[in-house]
Design a protein around this ligand. Structure first.
Ligand code: ASP
Ligand code: MG
Length: 473
């Protein structure tokens, strides 16, 4: 096979915040993009996160301003420094232009913060305006670095590409409208032989108001762009060698997973593996684009390949993750048995508080419903339930609504679990042998994950015990 035959037509690649964290890292990312364009694909589209920590800084400055705190000025000065330092590897003209453009954005932000301070509040729409600036600044630097290496790169603001609803801070894209816009704005750029460097995380409503796709959302943006451009592959550049079998901070023997299926990676990212935003798969699901997760700082490492349905002979358990800072809420009552609608009312009440339910488990006696929510949402969720069920409580059909706060969800993932008998047994034997008490369990309907609810103090031990089964295969 000649090189030409393996060459991809279109490749979308995304660089995360740490891949852009210093002047050297930005240059390294630019080199990776150039090498891909030279050797791997005819056309590449690049998507970038904000520089690591910048989105937090923008949020912090805005909140400070809303609270009347002048500290926002200091944060803005710091953001200016961070970007200036990152511009240091650029040659004179590019550097001067980039710094000027970034200064202008921060100047605007400073005025914005002043208005926020006068108003004394910043709602979701204002926050999206503020937080979208990180990516607007990072693409200026990355595009300039690429140009310096001889790639005709141009910075693109994704509010011109990704069309969303108006749920600020967590906007949902409209795929069809986005496809049309992407075709209109990006295809001509690619056809001119240029490389668009697109802001991740950002979209805009039909009316053109800036939105964001939720924290960590630039993976999702990259998936959307990859799908809309009919990319052959999507590469996610990060600071680790791909998706790991467990958190290496907890498990010494954690290693990179060579191949994962879409549903496996979706479960993993939903249940705490930080490597891909959970909605990324949603965006490429129909187009079945293969995704590679690779390390910017060790590009020759193969990383992890994510495909719709991997064929392979690994063990049934691929990985184990943990979600910490969870509360387990239980609605309990002998009179609940056979009473229709309690579950629906329970989850409606919780949903009305904006809390997302991570896991549900119901006893077969129907005398209790137990579910997990992030700990920060627990007390408002319990209050909402108490008011929803006020009358049922007084009648005694429900005895008690309560939250247990020291909870960790440990999730075991592997799509072959569904055809392998006895996996749950092995998991419970492994945790049982370590004396870990399992508070509740749940199996995803896809049968590609099993979650164990344990006490915080047992979380790490449970992960280590189960990881031994990953190693055994
Ligand atoms: N910059 C955004 C965030 O920090 C999006 C991303 O990095 O994926 O959440
Ligand atoms: Mg990320």
């Amino acid at each position: 096979m000649t090189l030409d035959e393996t060459r991809l037509k279109t490749l979308t690649m995304k660089f995360g915040g740490t891949s852009l964290g210093t002047a050297e890292a930005i240059m390294q990312s630019a080199e990776i993009a150039k090498a891909a364009r030279d050797h791997t694909a005819d056309r590449i589209a690049v998507v970038a996160s904000a520089i690591h920590g910048v989105t937090d800084g923008l949020h912090e400055a805005t909140s400070a301003a809303a609270g009347g705190d002048e500290r926002y000025l200091q944060v803005i000065a710091e953001l200016r420094d961070v970007h200036r330092r990152c511009a240091e590897a650029l040659l004179e003209q590019e550097s001067r232009n980039a710094v000027a453009e970034i200064d202008q954005l921060l100047e605007g932000f400073s005025g914005f913060c002043e208005s926020v301070r006068t108003l004394g509040e910043a709602g979701p729409r204002a926050l999206d305006h503020a937080m979208s600036l990180g990516e607007k600044m990072s693409v200026i630097l990355l595009a300039a670095s690429m140009r310096q290496l001889g790639v005709a790169a141009i910075a693109v603001d994704a509010s011109e590409v990704i069309v969303t609803d108006d749920r600020f801070q967590d906007a949902a894209p409209d795929l069809e409208a986005t496809r049309q816009k992407a075709t209109a704005t990006l295809i001509p750029v690619l056809e001119r032989g240029e490389t668009p460097v697109i802001t991740g995380f950002i979209g805009a409503t039909r009316e053109g108001v800036t939105t964001t796709l939720g924290r960590g959302g630039s993976d999702f943006s990259a998936g959307l762009i990859a799908a809309c451009l009919d990319s052959d592959e999507l590469w996610i550049w990060t600071d680790v060698d791909g998706v790991m079998t467990a958190d290496p901070k907890v498990v010494d023997s954690a290693r990179t997973i060579a191949t994962l299926g879409y549903e496996e990676v979706r479960e993993l990212s939903y249940f705490g593996a930080k490597v891909l935003h959970p909605k990324t798969i949603q965006s490429v699901f129909e187009t079945e684009i293969p995704i590679r997760v690779k390390n910017t700082f060790d590009p020759s490492h193969p990383g992890t390949l994510i495909v719709p349905n991997p064929e392979e002979s690994n063990g049934a358990i691929k990985a184990v993750t943990a979600v910490r800072n969870v509360s387990l809420i239980t609605v309990e009552g002998k009179g609940m048995m056979g009473v229709p609608g309690i579950a629906a009312r329970t989850f409606e009440a919780v949903a009305s508080t904006g809390a997302s339910v991570l896991l549900i488990s119901q006893a077969s006696s129907e005398q209790s419903i137990t579910f997990a929510v992030p700990r920060t949402n627990a007390s408002t969720a319990v209050e909402a339930l108490e008011s929803e069920f006020e009358r049922v409580l007084s009648r005694g059909n429900i005895d008690r609504i309560w939250a247990q706060d020291d909870i960790t969800i440990v999730t075991v993932v592997g799509s072959r679990m569904r055809e392998t008998a006895g996996v749950a047994g092995r998991v419970f034997t492994a945790t049982g042998l370590r004396g870990i008490n399992v508070v509740a369990i749940a199996q995803g309907s896809s049968e590609c994950s099993i979650s164990l609810v344990v006490r915080d103090r047992d979380g790490d031990d449970a992960v280590r015990a189960i990881h031994e089964l990953v190693i055994e295969g």
